[in-house]
Design a protein around this ligand. Structure first.
Ligand code: ADP
Ligand code: MG
Length: 422
């Protein structure tokens, strides 16, 4: 019942988030058709109508969003939305990738527009019953929006970099890439050349070299979660078990942790594991888009009286694709359905856990999925999380893009509320 209640609250959020303007925005889309901003989520008319009562030119926003800086002066949101704080506990960012050559060749259009440092619009071409064409614009505001022109270096500066400093203070920090297969999760998170993890490693080793950190050693582990199974990518995909000890700490038994002395070290360990990921021959899964990959960099203190203890941990998570089964084409079999159900479950649990972390909730729904269970210590106390929702720009992916944006929107939906945290 509680879950159903929450789901309903979520759809209320949706409704409240719906943005509708009756006037013309003056925008013209890729087809040269004037843009008619309308609902973000196909909401019922009544809710949108309420929106249109907002002062003219205002960007209607959520009931809680009053503090987000939108004004009634008809200014675009980008001019009024204050910059987000790099040191927020939870950050939700969106990254749009460029149209691929293939997409261009087949005449696919770019329907996503980064309209400001924190805002973006999706412009879906639609046809009315009387066959007139129009554009439905859905607008969103996030902590950060990266356009197709943003480089991995720029993304790093505003997402993972602050987390590197943070873990030297003894905390846990996690960077998630969430989105449909092909939207740029791996490119952002685990690209060997300049994915966030390797840029973070450069900064991390620079910091670890300081005299005050001489007692800290850098260790790395790399594993994946497929269905409810854990596989160690640094140990030939050995199957692992997660257990909760008497103190309710979750530990993955036998997980290999490799000591690394430099970014180059880390890179070769990563490449070893990554190779294991894609060529895994256990028959479990040959398609890495159906599993979550977790790369963890830990600062270990071996001088402690209690033996080796972790003093800080930074995790990079390349989540399984969030697309629905139908998008996956041919394999409409039992296995595919199980994969889809499990992925869905874990992504819903993840959303709840991040929200709970943001609200300092005591009760967190870790146990709802393997993913959130093994990441338990990343949702506790002073942990920090940064989610990068990656989206494809093209028309044919618009449903997945909107799903991704709505999910990301809900992860941060409770942020900066005036009400008391429960
Ligand atoms: P995912 O991991 O979400 O399935 P990938 O990271 O594999 O997606 O990206 C799909 C393709 O798009 C890859 O060829 C990748 O190099 C390219 N790509 C993704 N994001 C970008 C970007 N921001 N800039 C340029 N190319 C990108
Ligand atoms: Mg990938």
């Amino acid at each position: 019942v509680a879950q159903a209640q929450r789901n309903m609250e979520d759809s209320d959020d949706d409704l409240e988030r719906v943005v509708r303007k009756t006037g013309q925005s003056g925008l013209v889309n890729a087809y040269g058709i004037p843009v008619r901003p309308t609902t973000a989520h196909g909401a019922k008319r009544s809710a949108s109508d309420r929106r249109s009562l907002a002062p003219s030119g205002a960007r209607p926003t959520t009931s809680r969003g009053g503090g987000r800086g939108e004004s009634s002066f008809g200014l675009a949101p980008r001019e009024k939305t204050p910059p987000s704080n790099l040191h927020d506990k939870i950050r939700v960012c969106v990254r749009k990738r460029p149209l691929s050559t293939k997409e261009k060749e087949r005449g696919d259009k770019d329907i996503v527009m980064a309209t400001g440092a924190r805002s973006l619009s999706v412009m879906e071409p639609k046809v009315k019953v009387d066959l007139t064409k129009y554009i439905e614009e859905s607008r969103f505001v996030f902590d950060e929006v990266f356009s197709e022109n943003a480089t991995n270096t720029q993304v790093y500066e505003r997402t993972a970099k602050p987390l590197v400093e943070y873990i030297f203070g003894g905390g846990n920090a996690t960077c998630f890439a969430y989105g449909q297969t092909g939207s740029g999760k791996t490119y952002t998170m685990l690209d060997a050349l300049n994915g966030l993890y390797i840029q973070a490693a450069d900064d991390l080793f620079a910091m670890a070299a300081r005299p005050e950190h001489s007692h800290l050693k850098v260790h790395v582990s790399f594993y994946e979660i497929y269905l409810t199974n854990l596989f160690d990518l640094l140990a030939n995909r050995a199957k692992l078990n997660a257990r909760e000890d008497a103190n309710q700490n979750v530990c993955i038994q036998g997980l290999r942790e490799v000591l690394v002395q430099s970014s180059d070290d880390l890179l070769s360990v990563f490449e070893y594991g990554n190779n294991c990921r894609s060529t895994g021959s256990t028959g479990a899964n040959s398609d890495s888009s159906r599993s979550h990959a977790i790369l963890q960099i830990s600062l270990r203190d071996n001088t402690s009286q209690r033996g080796s203890v972790v003093r800080g941990k930074l995790s990079f998570i390349d989540l399984a694709g969030n697309e629905r089964g139908a998008d996956r084409g041919d394999r409409a079999d039992k296995q595919t359905m199980m994969e889809g159900a499990e992925i869905n479950k874990s992504l819903l649990a993840l959303k709840e856990c991040i929200r709970a972390l943001d609200l300092n909730k005591k009760h967190q729904p870790f146990r709802q999925s393997k993913l959130t269970q093994v990441l338990k210590d990343s949702f506790l106390g002073n942990s920090r999380a940064c989610m990068i929702a990656t989206i494809s720009p093209n028309t044919s992916n618009s449903d997945n893009t909107l799903n991704t944006l709505r999910y990301a929107d809900r992860v941060k939906a409770m942020k900066n509320t005036n009400g008391p945290a429960s």
